[in-house]
Design a protein around this ligand. Structure first.
Ligand code: LMR
Length: 398
């Protein structure tokens, strides 16, 4: 059976977790995988999650099956969070949300859904996009292409080129967007640009597929749902993959959801039946623990307020790390301009290093960065920043 199998290199992001873990250098820094870290370098549980988890366990009486949709209260709360409680599409019964094992699980279900709906559909993703998008959609048989997005020379959005490319898309094409905190480049369209993109989607008739994995980390919970809401107001069909890994800090519990907006309620039920069928064939039904905890948080006004403030704390800390890093790089004699760090948002930015420079950071300094030179800004702290800047100056020969 296995005789023709060849070993596959470790995933470009997940592989760094292991390399960093076994590195004995006490100064090592993991700037690879996207997890939030506090000043002590830990990824703590949110207080609202700790409280809700206790309530959930105290009230739990069975672990019997729930069915393909999982925790229905979670699904309803996620719909409101993403589309807005007063969303017309919600009131018209055009939205369906089903929990999935993490945001990646949602993306895989979406890939299978697209393949079922249109076996020859083409999916267009930003250049660059999350490395796992490039693996996951083709694994389900969905052909991928890219549209221009990030300008490495100016560290900003290639808005006009993106619009020119999207203007060529047509009904039946799927176009993938990052709703906020673009992974890997940290550059997002501004609200006016989102509006123009949504109008173009409606005019051209392509289907927006929105990946929202960092809701609350760019400008705020509602603010970061802008793209989802603008597309939903204008387009008859929208597909959303959401993740609760980062904004509830429930990474290992694997909580996410697929949401779809269809032309009418009957069609939404048809799509839901396909989602349930895809789910059954892949993993039967989603795990309930994480969504049951989030259901408790989002059903309680007090816990929801606490959650919003804990997300704001994480967002503010990342933004302040961005400013400090940019300023400290400049004051430490590095002439290359890194002020783009302050203009970008979320966990990620490209540092503009070559693969050789990234490998020197790893081999000579035990600083782990994805080969694309993407860093997780949330991993910096007062202890490790000076060491990072010293290493950066060395590999840049400054
Ligand atoms: C990342 O890009 O680092 C995160 O989305 C985690 C992952 O699974 O890759």
């Amino acid at each position: 059976m296995f005789e023709h199998l060849k070993a596959i290199p470790a995933d470009p992001i997940l592989g760094l977790i292991t390399s960093h873990a076994v590195d004995p250098n006490p100064k090592k820094i993991d700037l690879g995988i996207g997890v939030y870290r506090n000043e002590q370098g830990n990824t703590p549980m949110l207080d609202c999650v700790v409280q809700a988890e206790k309530l959930m366990i105290a009230a739990q009486t069975t672990k019997s099956y729930l069915g393909p949709a999982g925790v229905t209260g979670f699904n309803a709360s996620m719909s409101k969070l993403l589309f807005g409680a007063d969303s017309d599409a919600l009131q018209q019964g055009r939205v369906r949300t089903v929990q999935t094992p993490g945001g990646t699980g949602a993306l895989r279900v979406i890939a299978d859904l697209i393949k079922s709906a249109r076996p020859n559909a083409e999916l267009w993703a930003s250049d660059p996009t999350w490395a796992n998008h490039l693996a996951l959609f083709p694994a389900a048989g969905v052909n991928m292409h890219s549209y221009p997005y990030f300008d490495a020379a100016t560290s900003s959005l290639r808005f006009d080129e993106m619009m020119a490319s999207l203007a060529q898309r047509r009904a039946g094409d799927a176009v993938l967007f990052h709703a906020c905190c673009h992974n890997p480049c940290g550059v997002s369209p501004d609200p006016d640009q989102w509006q123009a993109i949504a109008e173009l989607a409606a005019e051209r008739g392509f289907t927006p597929v929105i990946d929202i994995a960092y809701m609350g980390f760019e400008r705020g919970i509602d603010e970061d749902a802008l793209a989802v809401r603008l597309f939903t107001e204008r387009c008859p069909e929208v597909i959303v993959a959401s993740s609760c890994s980062k904004n509830f800090a429930m990474y290992r519990d694997r909580v996410g959801a697929i949401s779809i907006v269809a032309e009418n309620s009957g069609k939404a039920d048809d799509v839901l039946s396909v989602i349930n069928n895809v789910t059954r064939k892949n993993y039967s039904m989603p795990p309930a623990h994480g969504p049951a905890v989030i259901d408790i948080i989002l059903s309680s006004e007090q816990l929801t307020e606490q959650w919003i403030s804990e997300v704001a704390n994480m967002r503010n800390r990342i933004n302040s790390l961005r400013s400090t890093l940019s300023q400290q790089i400049a004051t430490n004699g590095i002439s290359r301009d890194f002020t783009f760090l302050e203009r970008q948002s979320g966990m990620f930015s490209f540092m503009g290093l070559t693969v050789e420079q990234v490998h020197r950071m790893r081999d000579e300094f035990s600083i782990y960065i994805v080969d694309s030179a993407r860093v997780n800004v949330a991993s910096f702290n007062q202890q490790n920043m000076a060491y990072f800047i010293e290493a950066l100056a060395t590999v840049l020969d400054e």
